[in-house]
Design a protein around this ligand. Structure first.
Ligand code: ADP
Ligand code: ZN
Length: 717
């Protein structure tokens, strides 16, 4: 492990980031002091780093409990691509693979182990963990998705309850619990069920400033509306629909319109679902059309839009589902299509529920969704308010704030409404109040004798919709309250009385049926945009070569920095946020070459990179590979033994060749093939592996080319 001056230096070295996000540094310091921690951060907040960086700085193995295989693989891949010793154990592995990974753990080559709870607590695994504890030590347990211990969470998993055993068995080992679930109830449950000892609790704001929230009235031609929106927006996206049938229908239409879209729902086979998900993550498919079955455990950080084609069930799920956009902190767009027809469908579904209590809760949740969808106040304020977080409003990044609706003085109407609430003795909900105001002859009115009230029928001049708009607005502005017991009874507060006494006027934003045109969220100059696209396709090519997702190579934000700043030397390249030591040596040259080529074509200044060649001395990990190579192991055997990908081993060896280390190249590539590749290098240069391969033909592999390129670079230094 290199000696690092500070936590910031370690952050840059391992992950390439320049600074910590709010809260991360303090959490990491406490983790290094072996405190128990409860970390509550929204999706994309940067929870993983809170246990990953301490894991790298501490002695021993950090065990990460994770409920989903896809999630584990994802995180492990990303870590390995930063040159970090991480691995997972789950049911996708055969017994040989399991044994070899366990071996790697015992030899101290692994800092982070990802594992599912049932395997961790199995009779076979615990004795192994004892051995780990004895030989190399356990640094910490990190319990990801910790809300799974709680029946009050949205994804209860009974096996999480048994994790408490770990406390008894390894009493000195600290535990970190992480979740994105916001409610207090679940937090208390986590602390109790996991037996956290005087945990330090960190709760981040749930505001996601990079997300643009908007609601569009769903038009008759809703599919064209969707298509237009997708065409206006760049990058990957998710379209959520309520039913499988709808998912299939929309997917087909999009495909016919030339959008690479795939479906995801519970009616597809496991294999098909996994395949579609992988296509999406690797950017082979741009759009995923899905039911809510899709998303849990999707770690794709560069989702640029999430469209709800149908109404979501409640605000919490809307927050989580739309929150799958923009995890990388870059601008992303969350659009909700809203129609009154959808409400009828959901009301029908609610009526089918057998339990009246469940029905009540569902109705209340629906009302909150309607408050959000029909609201004219800042959308962010409404969402965050749902989580008990006060937000001042005027976020500047939602449709209501960007395109405020015209305001009208509705003080008189508000007085009518509130005095009707008073006459009904604060015992009824909004619908009933509106019925009274509009002089309805419904049975409920007659039953309570409300046709005799002085406010009966005084509001016939306004439609039901107008009154609802007023009622909701009064609620949002805090001019009336509503009970949260499932009945949503309206209650007057001090402000209500001020309105009724004419001490306060009421302004209402009047909804118009105009559809806000899609604003480009991110404006870049054409020159930057073009380079960005080129870097994207280079990234895709490299990712495909290694069978990983493009974002594993570099995040969108890092590509954007490359395109904007156009670094001209490796040293400058290494300064970019997102470029750590390992990525610099792995990808620096090839990306730099692309940038330089672009600058040259565009007639932009090019400064030759003479200052910082590849560091001449091999790194520790390269030396380890070299050792095994010298013992006569094949590339595959080295990869197996080191628990690394084959391409990584090839990269080690080609860099070793370039650094003039004793690699027996002839053992790896036949001599006459070497000669052919050298010829190609002479002809097309060494920057683009693709070009070299095109020159040589399919018969040559990227691995061979890479190895020989090492030799060529050494000889042409
Ligand atoms: P969570 O698990 O909280 O949903 P992640 O840990 O996956 O979020 O982090 C979300 C994204 O933010 C990832 O792409 C991660 O690499 C990035 N990230 C985390 N910490 C930082 C940081 N300090 N600077 C820049 N990017 C960061
Ligand atoms: Zn706003």
């Amino acid at each position: 492990m290199p000696r690092l001056q500070s936590l910031e230096a370690a952050l840059k070295h391992y992950f390439g980031y320049d600074r910590f996000r709010l809260g991360q540094q303090q959490i990491i310091e406490q983790a290094l002091q072996n405190q128990d921690l409860l970390i509550v951060m929204p999706t994309g907040g940067g929870k993983s780093l809170c246990f990953q960086l301490p894991a790298l700085l501490k002695q021993g193995l950090t065990v990460v409990v994770s409920p989903l295989i896809a999630l584990m693989q994802d995180q492990v891949e990303a870590l390995q691509d930063n040159g970090i010793g991480a691995t997972f154990l789950n049911s996708s592995l055969n017994s040989y693979q399991v044994r070899s990974r366990e071996q790697a753990i015992l030899s101290g080559n692994v800092k982070l182990l990802y594992i599912a709870p049932e395997r961790l607590l199995s009779d076979r695994f615990l004795p192994f963990l004892d051995l780990v504890q004895e030989k190399i030590g356990i640094a910490a347990f990190a319990i990801d998705e910790a809300h799974c211990v709680s029946e009050w969470g949205h994804d209860f998993r009974p096996e999480y309850r048994h994790l408490k055993q770990l406390r008894r068995r390894y009493s000195g080992v600290p535990t970190l619990a992480l979740t994105a679930t916001a409610t207090d109830r679940v937090r208390q449950d986590i602390i109790q069920q996991l037996g956290l000892k005087q945990p330090s609790i960190h709760i981040a704001s749930f505001n996601r400033p990079n997300l643009y929230y908007e609601v569009q009235p769903k038009q008759k031609q809703s599919y064209s509306q969707l298509l237009q929106l997708i065409r206006q927006t760049q990058g990957s996206g998710i379209v959520y629909c309520l039913s499988r049938r709808k998912v299939d229908e929309i997917t087909l239409k999009l495909q016919n319109d030339g959008i690479v879209a795939l479906p995801y729902h519970a009616g597809l086979s496991d294999a098909q679902r996994t395949a579609n998900q992988t296509s999406f993550i690797r950017d082979n498919a741009r759009v995923m059309v899905a039911t809510i079955a899709f998303g849990m455990g999707i770690n794709k950080p560069d989702v640029r839009f999430v469209i709800h084609y149908d109404l979501p069930r409640n605000i919490e799920s809307y927050y989580q589902e739309s929150g799958r956009a923009g995890r990388d902190g870059e601008p992303a767009r969350c659009t909700l299509f809203f129609s009154y027809g959808d409400i009828k469908t959901i009301e029908y579904l609610i009526e089918q529920k057998p339990d009246p209590q469940e029905q009540r809760i569902a109705r209340q949740q629906l009302r909150q969704v309607l408050d959000f969808a029909e609201g004219t106040d800042c959308r962010r304020t409404i969402v965050l308010g749902y989580f008990g977080e006060r937000f001042a409003g005027n976020c500047g990044n939602c449709d209501c704030c960007r395109y405020p609706k015209p305001v009208a003085d509705w003080t008189i109407e508000a007085m009518k409404f509130l005095s009707c609430v008073a006459r009904c003795q604060e015992r009824f909900g909004m619908n009933h109040i509106i019925d009274v105001l509009r002089g309805s002859k419904s049975q409920k009115i007659l039953q309570y004798g409300h046709q005799k009230l002085s406010t009966y029928g005084i509001g016939k001049d306004k439609s039901v919709e107008d009154w609802r708009l007023l009622g909701r607005s009064l609620l949002h502005q805090g001019l009336v309250d509503q009970t949260t017991d499932g009945y949503s009874v309206l209650k007057l507060n001090a402000h209500s009385w001020e309105v009724m006494r004419r001490q306060r006027s009421v302004a209402i934003a009047v909804t118009t049926v105009q559809i806000p045109s899609a604003q480009p969220l991110d404006t870049q100059t054409a020159e930057v945009e073009m380079l960005f696209q080129r870097l994207r396709s280079l990234r895709k090519q490299i990712a495909d070569e290694q069978s990983v997702a493009p974002y594993v190579v570099f995040a969108d934000s890092t590509l954007k920095l490359m395109a904007q700043q156009q670094p001209q030397t490796l040293a400058q390249f290494g300064q970019l946020s997102g470029v750590g030591t390992h990525k610099l040596s792995q990808y620096g040259r090839i990306f730099l070459a692309e940038i330089l080529a672009y600058c040259q074509e565009q007639g932009l200044t090019v400064q030759q990179d003479t200052t910082t060649p590849l560091p001449a001395t091999p790194s520790d990990t390269e030396l380890f590979t070299l050792q095994l190579h010298q013992q006569g192991l094949s590339l595959e055997e080295i990869a197996q033994k080191r628990n690394l990908r084959l391409t990584t081993i090839v990269r080690h060896l080609s860099d070793l060749v370039e650094k003039n280390q004793a690699v027996n190249l002839n053992r790896l590539v036949e001599r006459d093939r070497q000669a052919k590749i050298l010829q190609a290098l002479q002809a097309v240069g060494s920057h683009s592996l693709n070009q070299i391969r095109e020159y040589l033909g399919e018969d040559y592999t990227y691995d061979e080319i890479r190895l020989v390129r090492g030799r060529w670079r050494h000889e042409n230094r």
